[in-house]
Design a protein around this ligand. Structure first.
Ligand code: SF4
Length: 131
């Protein structure tokens, strides 16, 4: 299997190796409670992918956060997991239509100023200058 390309983005003091996702237990889809925002076109795409109506998707899988929608989380003890994260298979069940927020992880504005935190959270992150 060909190795996935390590990604580097301007303005970020780290690189990301997507190959690390296979060795990771979904740390970006689990852990502390958070928000996984979905916009209208993402809601349409997820509903089409799951073969369910938009109202069913909203009722079963989304929560309203202020004036936006976020993907529901499942709480187990102190862990919060995205409802679409499949623990047994260690994968995202809506991967082809996962929202922008998930596609762009870990290159978020939040981590731009906190590269050490990104490295602690994600085993695919390597701090530049530390290899
Ligand atoms: S939508 Fe998929 S990639 Fe995004 S947090 Fe949920 S399980 Fe993870």
């Amino acid at each position: 299997m060909p190795r996935e390309r390590v990604i580097q983005r301007q303005g970020f003091a780290f690189t990301f190796d997507p190959g690390a996702c296979r060795r990771c237990q979904g740390r970006c889809c689990n852990g502390e409670s958070g928000t996984i925002f979905v916009n209208r076109s993402e809601i349409r795409a997820i509903s089409k992918f799951l073969g369910i109506g938009i109202s069913e998707l909203m009722e079963e899988y989304l929560v309203k956060v202020s004036h936006k929608f976020s993907i529901r989380e499942i709480r187990t003890n102190t862990n919060y997991a995205c409802i679409f994260y499949e623990k047994e298979k260690n994968r995202c069940s809506i991967y082809p239509v996962r929202p922008h927020q998930c596609r762009t992880f870990p290159f978020w504005g939040y981590f731009r100023d906190r590269p050490q935190e990104a490295a602690r959270e994600c085993p695919g992150v390597s701090l530049l200058g530390s290899e």
